[in-house]
Structure formats: C-alpha cells, structure tokens
Design a protein around this ligand. Structure first.
Ligand SMILES: [Zn+2]
Ligand SMILES: [Zn+2]
Length: 347
C-alpha cells in the first residue's frame, strides 16, 4: 500500500519565537529589574520572557511591545522541613499563566515569602487558595492540580539541584514540562544539563515537554538554553495555543527548521549537526551521523520498524523523540510524539 501522508511534527508555516521560560528579577532574588531583563533578552534575540519570580506572580504586560511578549508567571517552592535547609530536598515548579491577567496564587503559604525582595509584594498577592506546603509527592501533585485548574502550565525545574531522586519525580502527575537544561544551575556547578530525568519520566509513561531555560538571576546565568515556540503570531493567545499543542523544541544551540513524517520516514532539516538521533521507550536508538566537519543539515530516518516491530517482541513502542547534536556539542530536543498521534503516517 502506498502511503502518501505527510505529517508535520512542527508547523510547516509559522514563525519560531525564542523564549526564556524561567527568569528572575529584583522582584525576588534576581540582580536586574524587569526592564533590564527585557533589554538583555531582546539584545540576545529573544521575543518571549516568562518572568518567574519566586512566589510572586505579576502581570508584566506593560513591558510588551512589537517583537516582545512578557509571560505572567511565578516559581513556587515546596521545601523539606529538615533543620539543615541547605542540604534539604525541594521541588521548584514554574507556573506559566495562560492568561496574562491571571495572577491567582494557588496553595499560597506565607512562610515562603522570604526569597530576595518577594516579601515586599506580600500585600499585592491575589490568593486563590492556601496550603501548608511541605516537601512530598502529595503536596506537589496538589499544587500541580490546582495550578492547572487555575490556568497555568506547570514546569518541573532543576531536579538535580533540588536533590530529587526517582521516588520524588516518577509519581508527579499533570506537568506540562521538565527542565532538560537549567543554565544558572550549570553555572553554579549542578548537573541540570541533561535529559536523563525527562527520559526516565517518558519511559515511565509520563508525557511532557522538554524545557531548556536560563533560570536567570545574574547576567552570567543568561542565554544558554531556550525554547523555540512555533506560533502563528507573537501574541499571548497564539503563544499559549502553540504551547498547548507542543509546537516547540528546547535547545542549547542547534536549530530545527522542519520536522515531518513522510511515508514512514522522519525528515528533519536543522542547523549543522554531527548526528540526529531518534530515541524511544526502548533501548534501540536510530541514528544518522556524519564525520564531516561541516555537519549535516538534513536527515531522513526510517521509522517503519519503530512503528511496526514491537521492540521487545511484545509491546508496541509508545513514543519517539528527536535529538539534534550540533557540531559544537550543543543539543536540541523535540518533545515526545506518541504512537497515537502519528499513526496516520504509518497506516
Ligand atoms: Zn528554582
Ligand atoms: Zn528559578
């Protein structure tokens, strides 16, 4: 049977906008004001910045202009009550609002209002619900549930810096994304620069988007990881729709220009890459690589076996994702594409 179906895994038309989805200002413990942060990101070619100050959600729409969009958001912590706090586990979640005017604080706990200057904003906070936040899956999942209901995308930040282990993240439910690269943690010497936790979660059946972000506090934290969001135009609703559809990729450098499935083959065009890799729920990876210094800028990888051959002889492979390894060693990650959403390209 001839299959003619072309499935675009990233929009064929539309523009990619460069976004930092994790940013602090002097509203909490960042060094720069929101205006200075905006100027720095604009100078590095970004169009979208989510202002995720600790524990304070503020609508920064006053910073919007042609070519720049501020996302309303905040970062929330769920700390351990252990006496030695510097050695204690925590969860840090960014809540990215789908509506710029929505600044509802869920599971508000006043004892967290100590980070940098955030206490000064205590009286401006719009409390939607209160909770005593104590480290643990139960509390984290309740925060994620309430945040999602209140209209936020929730991202799970820097699992390594947070001292999280499998039992802390394999039970998380309802997340939109997880950080595969946190640049501030990298600068501080933590290994929050690889997709290991994300991959474990995917293989555990938790589908979520990859996020590369700066967690900008100081200028040296900046411009090391970002998300490219393919939206119809640069306005809040269009960017939110693109994030809901997963029309994005995370990167520390390489660009992905197009990604599609044609006649059972994955086709990708990208900036100069040493290799393009398809990873999935099982061990077998599919690789196209070059030894040429200039790299490859397009690749075609046959996914028929991924679709038709159960990898352990029994179970169907439930998803695949693509990594572009740039010739400079930097990487770009697509989101996972599930068997269900791509089956039309194979049947
Ligand atoms: Zn954090
Ligand atoms: Zn942060």
């Amino acid at each position: 049977m001839m299959k003619e179906k072309i499935l675009h895994l990233l929009p064929a038309a539309g523009t990619f906008y460069k976004a930092n989805l994790h940013t602090h200002t002097d509203i909490s413990d960042g060094k720069l004001s929101p205006e200075e942060v905006k100027a720095a990101y604009k100078a590095h070619g970004y169009q979208i910045v989510a202002f995720t100050d600790h524990e304070v959600c503020i609508d920064h729409s006053d910073l919007n202009e042609e070519g720049f969009l501020a996302m309303t958001s905040y970062e929330m912590a769920i700390n351990c009550t252990c006496p030695n706090k510097t050695d204690a586990k925590t969860y840090h979640l960014c809540l990215l609002s789908k509506n710029p005017e929505n600044t509802a604080h869920v599971c508000y706990d006043p004892k967290y209002m100590y980070v940098g200057n955030c206490g000064k904003y205590k009286d401006q906070i719009r409390v939607a619900s209160e909770a005593e936040r104590v480290f643990g899956l139960e509390c984290a999942n309740e925060v994620i549930r309430q945040a999602s209901e209140a209209g936020y995308f929730v991202t799970y930040n820097h699992p390594n810096w947070s001292l999280n282990t499998r039992e802390d993240y394999m039970g998380l439910r309802g997340l939109w994304g997880v950080e595969v690269h946190n640049n501030a943690c990298k600068v501080l010497g933590y290994e929050d620069t690889d997709p290991r936790v994300w991959e474990e979660m995917l293989r555990g059946g938790i589908m979520l988007n990859p996020v590369a972000a700066d967690d900008f506090h100081r200028p040296e934290d900046g411009f090391g990881g970002w998300v490219m969001i393919a939206a119809e135009k640069l306005d809040y609703p269009s960017v939110v729709q693109a994030m809901e559809r997963g029309d994005l990729y995370a990167t520390t450098g390489p660009e992905i220009h197009s990604l599609s499935l044609e006649n059972g083959k994955l086709k990708i065009t990208c900036s100069a890459a040493e290799q393009v890799v398809v990873s999935s729920a099982y061990r077998r990876a599919l690789v196209q690589r070059t030894e040429q210094a200039e790299g490859l800028t397009e690749a075609e990888i046959d996914l028929e076996r991924w679709y038709h051959e159960p990898m352990d002889g029994v179970r169907e492979n439930s998803y695949f994702r693509v990594t572009v390894y740039g010739v400079d060693g930097k990487k770009a990650y697509t989101r996972p594409f599930t068997r269900e959403e791509v089956k039309a390209a194979f049947e």
